[in-house]
Structures are given as C-alpha cells and as structure tokens.
Design a binder for this molecule. Structure first.
Ligand SMILES: O=C(O)CCC(=O)C(=O)O
Ligand SMILES: [Fe+2]
Length: 355
C-alpha cells in the first residue's frame, strides 16, 4: 500500500512534459513520492545482503573503519554515535562518497573530498556500491532534467552545478563532480513500554542537499513523512519502488515552489530491524544550484521559504553539507576540525538539517 503519490519514471521517455508536470506538482504538494519504473532494482538485493553481512561483523571489525578516523566524514558510525536535532539517533551506518584523494591543506568544507573506508572482510561491497551509485546518479539527472523542463527551463539547467568547469580559483586537488553520499543504515528494533513512543531512529529533519533516492529493504518499516495537511504518515517499502524526496537546496532554487519535507525514522519494534540505503544527489562541493526563473503562472504560486533561524541554509553545497556533518558528528569535527560550521556571505535564513 502506497501512502505517498507514485510516479513512473518510464513515462519520461514517452510523455516527458506530462511526467515532468506530475513530478513538479507532487514535489510541491508532498515533497516525497514513490518512484516506479526506474530500472535500478537489480543490484539492491545484493546490496542489502552485503549490508546484513557487514552489520553482523564483530564490533571491532566495524570500528576498524570508524568515521572517527576520517577527516572526511566517511566510514562507520556505531549505534548512538550520531545526533539529529541535538538528540541521539539509534542507528548504525556506513557513509560512502566519491572515492577521491583529499585536497592538500583543505579548510572547512573542502575536507568533504576524500577517500572512503571499506571493510576488508567484504571486498564485494565496493563494486556493488559503485554500480548502484552510477545507476542512481543517472536517475537523479533524469529527475532534475524533468523538474527543469517542468519550469520551462532547459533540461540541462541544473547540470553546471553538478559537473562544473574547473575554475582557477578552486583549491589545487579539488575534483569538481557531484558530491554524492550513500548511506547504508541499520535501525535495530527495541522494546517500547505500553504508553511509550518508539525511539528516535533518526530525528525529524529535512535533507540538506538536492534530491534523495531511498531504498528500503523488503518489509522494513519505521520511515514517516510529515505530509502537509496530513501529519506524520508511514512510508513503508514498496516493491521495486524507490522513495524520492527533495532537499533544502532545491526548495531554495525554486523560490519555495517545491518543498523539502520533514521526515524521520522511528525505532522498529523489538525483534525487527530496518535496513535502508539512501543516496543523496548533491552538487559539487564548490557549487550552488542555479535559481530558476519561474514562468509567470508558476511564479504566482511560490511560497516563502520558511525561516528557521537556528538553522541557516548555505547556498554553496559544501557549506550546507559541512553544517549538517559537523552537527551530526561532533566527535569527528572536534577531532579533526577546530573550525565551527562556517558562516559565510552566502548564508540564508532557514533550514533544518539531518541525513
Ligand atoms: O533510513 C531512512 O529510511 C531515512 C534516512 C534519512 O532520512 C536520512 O539519512 O536522511
Ligand atoms: Fe533524510
């Protein structure tokens, strides 16, 4: 049963305008949908099987690739090792990004470029992740092309933010490419008392980037979406569908026409677990998403981007991601980076972070 709208990507080829308009309105009204017809299901069974094997490894093997060892916020985070909204999340996870060399002498957000940490016990993991990420990157590009079209912009409108030309002002060693992030996550079940709310798997948040494509393992429960006008709504895994939502930067780039919607994961019941693999499609670290010039009939329907003074949005992707990473993993920040989440000229006045 799908509690969120369903859109079918296979329609984009045959009826691009109709598909694009449907996606735009769904991402305006709800900010979340199930995506069918995406063709990326094949690798997921294998990836979830590898995830199960990874999480079953002894604690010391998982700790051997602990994020605390990575100035680039890559690797394993143990249960309770992450915060959202200042509260502990009850999940364990591996964070994986583009596997690149660090930028020599990097400051602040430039530290987000760097190598991953892979578990030596599972040599199959890296190729499986890389295949999955390549597929999801193609799907993300299609979705952004559709959204651009739906606002009467060129389908390539957003591409420069993801694949910018090298700029002489960039730090030496910076590789401009999409700063994607894949998380492989396990939420263990826990007992709740008769009048107790389930615990915080991950606290309520909006994603800080552009697009998120989430795969849940079959039967996994616990994801909830704060659907406007409806409140917290369960978003169970639907066979062969990805869950897609937009992040803060796309809300800003569409002047609030599209909506970044809050979501959370509640701890599953005792004896169950949730496995999920979200893929975050983000611009290059040094890029910001170009704002769309909305056609007049759509411009009349924009909404102000809600101000959230505690949580500014930084338009340059690297700054916005740095804010979220430093908040979510203060131990990593304290060990490697003395600088706080950097304020800069491109600060906006709204936002919430997580993911
Ligand atoms: O695990 C999930 O299903 C959701 C994860 C999430 O929202 C996030 O990491 O940003
Ligand atoms: Fe999220």
């Amino acid at each position: 049963m799908a509690n969120l709208p369903v859109v079918d990507l296979s329609r984009f080829g045959s009826e691009p305008r109709a598909f694009a308009a449907q996606l735009r309105e769904v991402m305006r009204e709800v900010g979340f949908c199930y995506l069918a017809g995406h063709g990326a299901s094949d690798g997921l069974t294998e990836l979830f099987a590898l995830a199960t094997r990874f999480f079953a490894l002894p604690e010391q093997d998982k700790a051997a690739i602990g994020m605390a060892q990575s100035p680039h916020f890559r690797g394993y985070t143990r249960l309770g090792g992450e915060l959202t909204g200042g509260r502990v999340d009850w999940r364990e996870q591996i964070d994986i990004g583009p596997d690149l060399s660090p930028i020599p002498g990097a400051q602040g957000p430039w530290n987000l470029q760097g190598p991953n940490q892979w578990p030596p016990q599972l040599p199959e993991l890296r190729p499986a992740v890389e295949r999955h990420c390549a597929r999801l990157e193609r799907i993300s590009r299609q979705l952004l092309a559709a959204l651009a079209l739906s606002f009467e912009a060129a389908d390539s409108h957003f591409d420069t933010a993801f694949h910018p030309e090298p700029d002489p002002a960039d730090p030496a060693g910076y590789r401009p490419q999409p700063a994607t992030l894949l998380k492989i996550i396990r939420y263990p079940g826990a007992k709740t008392g008769p009048n107790e709310e389930p615990g915080q798997g991950v606290g309520a948040h909006k994603d800080s980037g552009v697009l998120t494509l989430l795969a849940g393992a079959p039967g996994s429960t616990g994801l909830q979406v704060d659907v406007p006008g409806q409140g917290w709504t369960d978003a169970p895994t639907v066979h062969d569908a990805l869950i897609v939502n937009i992040g803060e930067l796309l809300e800003v780039a569409t002047c609030g026409y599209l909506r970044a919607t809050r979501h959370r994961v509640r701890t599953p019941p005792e004896g169950e677990e949730r496995l999920s693999i979200p893929f975050f499609y983000n611009p290059a670290l040094g890029s910001s998403l170009p704002t769309l010039d909305l056609p007049p009939e759509l411009a009349r329907r924009v909404r102000p981007v809600e101000p959230e003074p505690d949580n500014p949005i930084f338009l340059t992707y690297g700054h916005n991601a740095w804010k979220s990473r430093v908040r979510a993993h203060p131990d990593v920040a304290a060990r490697w980076h003395s600088a706080p989440a950097s304020a800069s000229a491109d600060e906006r006045t709204r936002g919430d972070a997580g993911g």
